[in-house]
Write a new protein. Sequence first.
Length: 142
Amino acid sequence: MTRDDLLQFLNANPLCSLATVEGGEPRVRGMHLYLAEASGLLFHTAEPKDLYRQVRENPRAEACFVSPDGHLQIRVRGEMEVVEDLELKKEMVNAREYLQPLVWSNGFDILKVLRMKNCTALIWTSDLDFMPKMPIELTDPA
């Protein structure tokens, strides 16, 4: 798969598990990717959430995306950064109506946009199960 193929797959299959670190221990939660592009993978959370605190304390993270049939798994690791972009926040809130009550009652500052940058992807299929891992640079260097 090429980098463009991988980005297309992530955008078509946006549900993933996202792992962060807290106190040296892994923390995994289900997430909904907003957008995968050459500059990074975009997610959102809220300021009071553990996820936001964890990425502020340790930006290393890994996301795992699985095809609907379970035969393809893409693991993406990189560094999270907070993106302060009001227009992007507005776009997310318009695209994801479930964010509207949060923002309308608390303001846009509560919504935090996270970009995973410097991403490396690993592909797994049953055909590749025992083959050496071949990392693919997924995003442009920051």
